[in-house]
Write a protein that binds this ligand. Structure first.
Ligand code: PRX
Length: 627
């Protein structure tokens, strides 16, 4: 039983130094004064004009810090650049081939100002969308902050997505500018981005493509010659380097949009989740402070890609709001040696390390080589994105944290914006549990009819909102926002299945819907199926997440073929290629199988859950061929 699992108690050293020493009493008192709790956090930040009310809760819509005027960049950057932190390192960057760059808060401030001015010159105004499609470079952080500084809404697209996805999101947001780079290193390969250009220029609103040269080579060898006036291709080295380095933050209303980030849902196209300046700023600030316990002498490394919500909240905004020093790394954590990640920890004296269970399982494969690293700078470890199995937890705790670092599993979502259920360094830890709700957060396990379930019963994980940092809306589809709140009156339904034990610890089991989590990435079945169905051989298709021996799900696709086709190796490769080209490498199916028909409800909906059950050996189905 979960509640009987082992418990790891914090050691005295940790307890003496952490910000949050007594979770239970803070949690209890926070419930009695939710607004007081969050307004105290907001008072630790600077506002151009104070809010009239902390919260306006008009179910299911929340406005936090109503009529407050602020700018997240003022708090994440400008105020540090004008304080003693001016010469403190804000960002360490290392490229996969080994190049290094260091930006102090003062230097980052000037770079952000230059780009802010350059963007204004390119015609970007408050409220405009700017799309960013870049590998992990300092310029990606500079771009996010420069957009936010002038009140533009950034739309970061994960660099592994295809040109088709990029085009769709450029068009949907009517982006005026695309910021990109000419190449990226990953896993020893230099990938040019010229392949995306033909897609990008199909966006009619696009006026400029701003290119940062990752390598000093011809920028886009195959650049198409357009007779149109736009988009124009301009280079960072010209328009940004020569721009003035003074720029004021645009005063933003608390509820003005800060960024859009796309994420997959149960059905249909990915949703554009909108987060705004005020509440998100306060939520990102306080969760980073209390969960990661970030202090001025820390070097904080979160391995997430910046195109995902973890990259937004816990690579960029949360740590910088706290005046932290962050490390970002461009490439593969296991290249050119499997222990590149450990080498980086030792080299940069990383103290806080936040990653996903899939990475931990790959670290486990090179345990012996770990002897070459001291890892003695580490003081706190954390994970996110998928359930962590107790064996991987214990390995990470013992072999990387050497039994001295608290290992915190943290639970949250793109939509929640910030961590909602988590462990804290001062809390007794249960391997495999995501811990307890953040102060003020009400979390419960509900039955399908909305009753609160008893301990250890599995059900829908639900949050009794609101909280600062929650999404404002779903872009151009406000109905989808309501959907989260419409299932059980009064509750935000997360889409996860979980249970809670007698001590109040939450145990996340996985998704209840058709969202697939692969190596922490969130992918919708609809996106994969659409790509598979575009192959002329395929009549019908269903994608599922299949549990694998590695502990993470893999993508398995079932196809029904048109007459005359046979699922041989060539066809399997073609189907996989379709998905990679249409969505991106992250969505590549590991297995493709042919069936004579797909199990469906009477109304024609595919029973993916049944297919999943069959994969777990809970049924029999007639297979035509397997790869
Ligand atoms: O299923 C849960 C899983 O990731 C989903 C959210 O994915 P995304 O919006 O991409 O955000 C990921 C990073 C915050 C959740 O619905 N998930 C997230 N954290 C955990 C988790 N599953 C188990 N344990 C976690 N700690």
């Amino acid at each position: 039983m979960n509640s009987n699992s082992e418990v790891y108690y914090p050691n005295k050293n940790v307890l003496e130094k952490v910000y949050l020493k007594d979770y239970d009493s803070l949690y209890k008192s926070s419930l009695n004064d939710v607004e007081g709790f969050w307004s105290q956090a907001a008072c630790e930040l600077e506002w151009f004009k104070a809010w009239d009310r902390v919260l306006e809760w008009n179910y299911p819509y929340a406005r936090w810090f109503v009529n407050g005027k602020c700018n997240i960049v003022h708090n994440a950057l400008d105020r540090h650049a004008s304080s003693w932190r001016r010469n403190k390192v804000a960002v360490y960057w290392e490229g996969e081939p080994g190049e290094k760059e260091v930006l102090t808060y003062g230097q980052l401030y000037r770079q952000v100002n230059k780009l802010s001015n350059a963007l204004k010159k390119l015609g970007v105004h408050k409220g405009d969308f700017v799309t960013i499609y870049m590998p992990i470079l300092p310029e990606l952080i500079i771009s996010m902050l420069a957009c936010a500084k002038i009140g533009a809404v950034h739309n970061v697209i994960y660099y592994g997505y295809s040109g088709r996805v990029l085009r769709e999101r450029l068009i949907e947001t009517s982006s005026k500018v695309l910021i990109t780079s000419n190449a990226a290193y990953y896993g020893g390969t230099l990938t040019p981005v010229s392949g995306i250009i033909p897609y990008a220029i199909q966006c009619p609103s696009l006026k400029y493509v701003l290119i940062k040269k990752r390598i000093d080579l011809p920028v886009f060898p195959g650049l198409p010659k357009t007779s149109k006036e736009f988009p124009k291709f301009v280079y960072w080295e010209e328009v940004v380097n020569n721009a003035p380095d003074v720029s004021e933050c645009e005063p933003m209303d608390s509820s003005d949009p800060l960024f859009i980030i796309y994420t997959s849902g149960t059905a249909g196209k990915p949703k554009g989740i909108i987060h705004s300046h005020g509440g998100y700023m306060v939520g990102a600030y306080l969760t980073t402070k209390l969960v990661f316990d970030i202090k001025d002498d820390d070097v904080y490394w979160c391995t997430a890609s910046l195109g995902w919500i973890t990259g937004h909240t816990y690579v960029v905004y949360g740590p910088l709001l706290n005046g932290g020093t962050i490390l970002i790394y461009e490439g593969d954590l296991g290249y050119p040696i499997q222990t590149r990640w450990a080498k980086l920890i030792d080299e940069y004296r990383v103290t806080i390390f936040y990653t996903i269970p899939t990475n931990i399982r790959s670290f486990m494969l090179a345990e012996r080589e770990l002897e070459n690293y001291s890892l003695d700078s580490l003081r706190l470890l954390a994970t996110v994105g998928e359930p962590i199995d107790p064996s991987a937890w214990k390995w990470f705790y013992e072999k990387v944290g050497k039994g001295r670092c608290p290992l915190l599993d943290t639970w949250w979502q793109t939509e929640t914006g910030i961590i909602l259920i988590t462990n804290f360094p001062s809390m007794p830890l249960k391997p495999g549990s995501a811990g307890k709700p953040f102060p003020t957060i009400k979390a419960a396990i509900l039955s399908p009819t909305g009753e609160i379930l008893k301990e250890n019963e599995k059900g829908m994980l639900a949050i009794g909102g609101p909280w600062p940092g929650m999404m404002d809306t779903v872009y151009q589809d406000p109905r989808k926002y309501i959907d989260y709140w419409d299932i059980v009156e009064g509750w935000y339904i997360t889409g996860d299945i979980a249970s809670v034990d007698k001590d109040g610890y939450f145990w996340i089991k996985g998704r209840s819907d058709d969202v697939i989590k692969v190596a922490g990435y969130r992918i919708g079945t609809a996106e994969i199926e659409r790509a598979v169905l575009s192959h002329p051989a395929v009549l019908d298709a269903a994608a599922i997440g299949k549990p694998s021996s590695s502990g993470s799900d893999i993508i398995k696709v079932f196809v029904v073929l048109r007459e005359g086709w046979v699922l041989d190796d060539l066809l399997i490769e073609e189907i996989k290629r379709r998905v990679i080209e249409d969505v991106g490498q992250i969505a590549a199916p590991s297995e493709v199988v042919a069936l004579t028909s797909l199990p469906k409800t009477r109304s024609g909906k595919i029973l993916r859950r049944l297919l999943r059950q069959l994969e777990l050996g809970k049924g029999v189905i007639e297979l035509e061929g397997q790869y």
